[in-house]
Design a protein around this ligand. Structure first.
Ligand SMILES: O=C(O)CCC(=O)C(=O)O
Length: 310
C-alpha cells in the first residue's frame, strides 16, 4: 500500500508517458557519440545482469558484522512522514545497517538509505574488474562533484526532482524494480522557474501533479541488471514501490557540455560565482571553460536544449 503522502507526490504518472530509449548493448565509442555528446538518456537492458545476480538484501546482510552504521539516512523520502519515521527508527544517523536492512523487509516500511561512500560493507556493491569492463569507458573517469559510487538502499524509494551538476551518472539497478522520470531540457528552465524563483538550486520538492502536467515528462523503467545513463543537468526523479538496491556510478561530464552557457544551469552558476565574493577564485576557470565550450560546440552544431530521450 502506498502511503497517502506518497500518493500526493507528483512524478509524472499519466497515460502514454513516452519512454527513454532502451537498447541491448553499447560500446564505449557509441555511448560517447550518440548519448553523452548528444546529452540524451538511454537504458542499456541487462548490461549489469551478472552483477545484479550476485546482489540481494540477504547477501548484503551477510557481509555485515553488526557494527556498521548506515553512513547517511536521508530523511524519510516523504517529508510529511519524518516524525513517524524518527519515532520508529530513532536518530536516523545512528541506525545500524543490519537493523536498517531488517526494517526494509517490513512491507509497511518506507525507508531509504543513501550511502555516499561505498566502502566497508558496502564495498560489496562496488563493481569488480569484470563488471567494470561492462561499463563504457568514460565511467572510469573520476567525477567533479560527486562520489564515484553511491548506493540507494530502500524498502520503498522516493528521490524527488533534482539534477546533477557537471557530472554524468550511470544508474545500475541491482535489486527490485525502479522507475525514473525526466523532464526534457527544453522545459528545464521553465520547470524550475515555475516551482521556485531561485534558479541556482538543483532540487525541488513537492511539485503538484497540476504543475507537472505543463511539462514534457519521460519515463525509464529499470529491472535488476539494467543500467540507465542520466545526462548532466537532466531533471529526474526516482521511485520504487518495493525493496530495491541501486548504485549510481558518476563520472566527469565532457567540458564542452558541462560549461555550455546555453544551459540555464550553467548561467545560474555563473551568476552565483560573480555574485559571491568567496567564489571569485572560480572566475578564471569560467573564463577558460565557457569560451572553450562555445568554440567546440560551434563545430558540433548540437544544441543541448533540444536533446530528446528517444
Ligand atoms: O535511485 C534513487 O533512488 C535515486 C537515483 C538518482 O536520482 C540519482 O542517482 O541521482
Amino acid at each position: 500500500m502506498v502511503s497517502p503522502a506518497v500518493q500526493q507526490r507528483a512524478w509524472g504518472e499519466r497515460p502514454n508517458v513516452p519512454e527513454v530509449r532502451e537498447i541491448d548493448d553499447l560500446d564505449s565509442e557509441t555511448f560517447v557519440r550518440d548519448y553523452v555528446n548528444k546529452f540524451r538518456p538511454v537504458v542499456i537492458k541487462g548490461l549489469a545482469k551478472e552483477w545484479a545476480s550476485r546482489i540481494s538484501f540477504d547477501k548484503l546482510a551477510s557481509h555485515l558484522n553488526g557494527d556498521e552504521k548506515v553512513q547517511q539516512v536521508l530523511s524519510e523520502p516523504v517529508p510529511e512522514l519524518v516524525p513517524d519515521y524518527l519515532e520508529r527508527v530513532g536518530n536516523a544517523g545512528q541506525l545500524y545497517l543490519r537493523d536498517f536492512i531488517e526494517k526494509c523487509r517490513d512491507p509497511t516500511s518506507y525507508l531509504q538509505a543513501y550511502a555516499v561512500d561505498c566502502t566497508g560493507p558496502l564495498e560489496f556493491l562496488t563493481p569488480t574488474g569484470s563488471e567494470r569492463a561492462l561499463l563504457p569507458k568514460p565511467a572510469r573517469k573520476r567525477p567533479r562533484n560527486y562520489e564515484p559510487l553511491r548506493a540507494f538502499i530502500a524498502s520503498r524509494a522516493f528521490t524527488d526532482w533534482h539534477y546533477h551538476f557537471a557530472d554524468e551518472t550511470l544508474t545500475v539497478q541491482l535489486v527490485g524494480e525502479k522507475e525514473l522520470y525526466f523532464v526534457a531540457p527544453a522545459d528545464a528552465e521553465a520547470f524550475l522557474a515555475h516551482v521556485r524563483k531561485d534558479a541556482g538550486n538543483n532540487q525541488i520538492t513537492g511539485i503538484s501533479s497540476g504543475e507537472l502536467a505543463k511539462f514534457s515528462v519521460f519515463k525509464a523503467k529499470l529491472n535488476p541488471g539494467d543500467v540507465l545513463y542520466i545526462p548532466v543537468y537532466w531533471w529526474h526523479l526516482a521511485r520504487s514501490n518495493a525493496p530495491s538496491i541501486t548504485t549510481a556510478i558518476t563520472f566527469k561530464s565532457p567540458l564542452h557540455i558541462a560549461a555550455d552557457i546555453r544551459q540555464f544551469q550553467v548561467r545560474a552558476v555563473c551568476r552565483d560565482v560573480i555574485g559571491n565574493r568567496r567564489s571569485w577564485k572560480f572566475i578564471p576557470l569560467m573564463l577558460l571553460a565557457i569560451p572553450y565550450a562555445l568554440l567546440r560546440n560551434l563545430f558540433t552544431r548540437f544544441d543541448p536544449r533540444e536533446a530528446k530521450p528517444a
